[in-house]
Design a protein around this ligand. Structure first.
Ligand code: MRU
Length: 365
């Protein structure tokens, strides 16, 4: 038994070896488990933009390995181009998606690691980059375990004296398919499920269906039962006492505790507050952006209308869900005011409102 033993997962969302990053193509789940090969920063950025890989911490990890792949490729061919290729690759990766701060954070760490190798041989510089990417991934794996334990204990405290099997609802996918470990929100769910009876509810998360396709797949893959809800059913189930806690992840948390996460999160938080149900956000401290004073300063990704008005089919092609010519508005994330978030669970501890005060304490540790 190692010091960090705890709930594990059999999900492998990526592998990296000697310049080859293989990403489990999440667009093909749950029908097919196919890996996408990335041997450059450009290919990795395209995989991130196109949602082959997604989830805030995991796109940071993928970007870090994408830079390793880029560096190895260039070092083997034209070592003199290494600095320019790295800089261009880093820029491309950062701009692949705007909302999750973990992406620019991870690229920032890789940039600093690369700068520290200036003057070294190309081969040696690539090895240093690979070490840094492994460190980023390992830190995220450990953060997920800590978040899982802390968040589960917090919810169990809130459930003391409540009879029956508690039901916890999650939205989108903040699991092993979104991190380098057992997940943030699903880390908490995994610990709770390991410690006692638990009903796990997942919102389907229209239109990319992260809940239906990804959360349901990963929990089943690990032998956990999950019940899927149409997103529109959540508020009434919360009102009727059928949900004892909502646990979600985050893409960026502002200095005042406002949380950007998958669109639909804000509505869940409102319903929880209206009916006295705990609303929990689980995220590593790398998701906290102290440079964003509040939610209004977080860039919210708008994705193409085509992702709403048509449905991609597993065998290729798509089917139209609306009359031809109808447009759609698709902000992919929303902002939940920090005051509605009862607990922000990080690997360093738990913040409760007012979060700005709690962050100062947590981040100084
Ligand atoms: O568009 P996605 O699928 O990348 O959105 C993901 C989320 O909203 C997650 O909740 C968030 O990234 C946290 S993942 C641990």
């Amino acid at each position: 038994v190692t010091a960090d033993a705890g709930p594990a997962t059999r999900v492998t969302p990526y592998t990296y070896s000697a310049g080859r990053l293989r990403l489990l193509d999440q667009r093909r789940l749950p029908h097919e488990e196919v890996f996408l090969e990335c041997e450059s920063a450009a290919q990795t950025a395209e995989a991130i933009r196109g949602l082959a890989v997604r989830g805030a911490p995991l796109i940071g990890v993928a970007a870090a390995y994408g830079l390793c792949a880029e560096a190895r490729r260039v070092a083997a061919r034209v070592p003199d181009d290494l600095d320019v290729a790295f800089a261009l690759g880093a820029e491309r990766l950062v701009s692949a998606r705007p909302t999750a701060v973990n992406l620019s954070w991870a690229v920032g760490r890789m940039r600093a690691a690369f700068e520290a190798t200036l003057g070294g041989g190309a081969g040696e510089r690539v090895l240093r980059l690979e070490e840094e990417a492994h460190r980023i991934a390992e830190e995220d794996r450990l953060a997920c375990l800590a978040i899982g334990r802390l968040g589960a204990a917090w919810l169990q405290g809130r459930w003391m004296g409540v009879s029956g099997v508690p039901a916890v609802l999650t939205h989108c996918n903040a699991g092993a398919l979104a991190t380098a470990g057992i997940g943030t929100a699903l880390g908490i769910v995994r610990v709770l499920a390991a410690e006692g009876p638990l009903a796990i509810l997942a919102g389907e998360t229209r239109p990319f269906l992260q809940g239906a396709r990804l959360t349901a797949w990963e929990l089943r893959h690990d032998g956990l039962d999950v019940t899927l809800l149409p997103d529109v059913a959540a508020a009434s189930l919360i009102a009727r006492g059928r949900v004892q806690g909502v646990v979600v992840g985050a893409d960026r948390i502002a200095a005042n505790g406002d949380v950007a996460n998958k669109v639909g999160t804000y509505g869940l938080a409102l319903a929880c507050r209206a009916h006295g149900v705990p609303f929990v956000v689980a995220a590593p401290t790398t998701t906290i952006d102290l440079l964003a004073p509040d939610g209004a300063s977080i860039p919210i990704e708008e994705r193409a209308a085509s992702e709403v008005v048509s449905l991609s089919l597993p065998g290729g092609g798509s089917v139209s869900l609306a009359p031809d010519g109808v447009s759609a508005l698709y902000p992919a994330f929303d902002v939940t005011p920090g005051a509605l978030v009862d607990a922000i669970v990080t690997e360093r501890g738990i913040s409760s409102p007012p979060h700005a005060v709690a962050f100062a304490r947590l981040l100084s540790r």
